[in-house]
Design a binder for this molecule. Structure first.
Ligand SMILES: [Zn+2]
Length: 493
């Protein structure tokens, strides 16, 4: 029997604003679509957090034995600077500024995205389709919506008729906005004059002569609107009606609202049963923004090369830190938070690493099956990772007590404890077992610091031959000692 038969997941559905019992459309199968990155710059840490939440959710469904098809797209065309269909294509702009091909921009930042996600130990999605690979599908959807009378062409561009759609359906159903408010609050922006109404959105945009990324269509040489690609790719790979659609909170409106409208217009049914949104990541209590300097690149966490952090952190420490917040809470990224998580993470790993040394007894002083159930209950309650972690620390306490002889465990319970802790820590939370001494740089610094200490002792004893020998031998191996006011530090080349 699959584990999913024993566990009921209650997840928060943004569409209804309530926690609902997850019922898959097809028993044993989960179809999940998550909006991927627009690959025109290094992946934002906030996006990493969003994708990490869905990586954990993907892992949990798989752990329970579901067959999961997880589709996460790459946006490589059509996403304009302003979400209201105006401005330059983000990728084309970057290509112009750097004097390279748009596809070079796409390649560079897709590779960066994958590298960062691999470093954070993400599982790859089942399918990772691109917008430019699905232009034909997008054109077909536009034709369909025009046929239904819910889109119109003006000067080679095609727009979705929001007001007409709203007569029979509900535009704003997800973001809880109503069209009348939208009309009053939508400013007329430059370049929108083709639209009948300012809240209409582009399905196809005619390309300006200088626009490089263009494709032929029945209406003009142009490119698809940003919202359309997700409808095309989710429908193609998951069907007209699928289980879960996820993304960052900022995508709820207009992006996801437009996806719902497009799919409803085409197929006359709601495309998704459960909409899930991951909350924002802020830094030091403020919005992260390059322009204010309140900003960190994911890579800089691993190198320590950023003024907002005092040291480098292992990727699993950063992952652990992020999972200590529930995916629907705002997460404040701070150095102090990371330091605390680092301590906790290594305490957890140290406990796991002594599991094999524990000697079983005839009795257990801890209710392992109750603890195991609590771990599952936490995940089943809207993927409550901080609650899972709190339970894991209950086990850490117990493991340390068994080790020092103040608690006991039976052989059977020990096996359950091991299996459960491994499943939650490594398979579901996706952490990697590293001990402090495992990380190469820590090992190296430990050894070099010992040599620095020996050299200081030699100098204190006026054994300058020895102190010079230590310095020169290290230099020959590419390690420079730098004597300063604050003591001796080292650098490698
Ligand atoms: Zn999307």
């Amino acid at each position: 029997m699959q584990l999913y038969n024993q566990h009921t997941i209650n997840l928060y559905n943004s569409l209804t604003g309530e926690k609902e019992t997850f019922k898959p459309i097809h028993e044993g199968y989960v179809g999940m679509y998550v909006c991927g990155p627009t690959v025109y710059s290094n992946v934002h840490l906030g996006n990493v957090r969003t994708f990490m939440s869905f990586d954990m959710i993907f892992r949990y469904f798989k752990h329970l034995g579901y067959k999961v098809r997880y589709v996460r797209n790459i946006t490589d065309a059509g996403h304009l600077e302003n979400d209201a269909d105006v401005g330059e294509d983000r990728i084309a702009k970057k290509a112009r500024l750097e004097e390279i091909e748009p596809m070079e921009v796409v390649q560079r930042y897709t590779v960066d995205f994958h590298n960062i996600l691999n470093t954070f130990n993400f599982l790859p999605p089942s399918i990772e389709p691109t917008a430019t690979g699905h232009i034909i599908e997008q054109i077909e959807i536009i034709k369909n919506i025009i046929e239904k009378g819910l889109a119109y062409e003006v000067n080679g561009s095609v727009y979705f008729d929001v007001l007409k759609y709203n007569k029979t359906k509900q535009y704003g159903i997800l973001s809880k906005r109503n069209v009348e408010d939208l009309i009053h609050n939508t400013r007329e922006l430059d370049g929108q004059s083709d639209k009948k109404n300012p809240q209409d959105f582009a399905l196809w945009k005619k390309a300006e002569p200088q626009h490089i990324m263009r494709w032929p269509s029945p209406w003009s040489d142009g490119f698809p609107g940003w919202h359309l690609e997700c409808t095309a790719m989710s429908t193609k790979y998951l069907g007209e009606h699928f289980d879960i659609h996820g993304g960052g909170m900022d995508l709820k409106f207009p992006h996801h609202e437009c996806e719902i409208a497009q799919a409803e217009a085409c197929n006359n049914q709601a495309p998704v049963n459960y909409w899930m949104h991951a909350n924002m990541l802020i830094m030091n209590g403020k919005k992260m923004a390059k322009s204010t300097g309140n900003f960190i690149l994911p890579n800089e966490i691993f190198s320590g090369d950023n003024p907002h952090i005092t040291k480098a952190y292992a990727p699993s420490v950063a992952r652990f830190f992020m999972l200590q917040a529930h995916y629907r809470s705002v997460l404040d990224f701070t150095n102090n938070g990371l330091l605390a998580s680092e301590k906790g993470f290594y305490r957890l790993m140290d406990a796991i690493n002594i599991l094999d040394e524990l000697k079983p007894s005839t009795t257990s002083t801890f209710d392992i099956s109750d603890w195991k159930q609590k771990c599952y209950d936490a995940m089943n309650d809207d993927f409550n990772s901080p609650m899972v972690i709190a339970n894991l620390f209950e086990a850490v306490k117990y493991i340390n007590q068994i080790k020092d002889g103040s608690a006991t465990i039976t052989k059977e319970d020990l096996a359950t404890l091991k299996n459960t802790i491994n499943a939650f820590v490594f398979d579901i939370l996706g952490l990697v077992n590293v001990t402090k001494a495992d990380t190469g740089t820590d090992k190296l610094s430990g050894a070099v610091e010992l040599l620095i200490q020996l050299r200081q002792e030699a100098r204190a004893n006026k054994d300058f031959a020895m102190s010079d020998k230590i310095r020169d031998e290290l230099a020959a191996k590419g390690i420079q000692l730098n004597d300063g006011k604050e003591g001796t530090t080292f650098s490698t080349n």
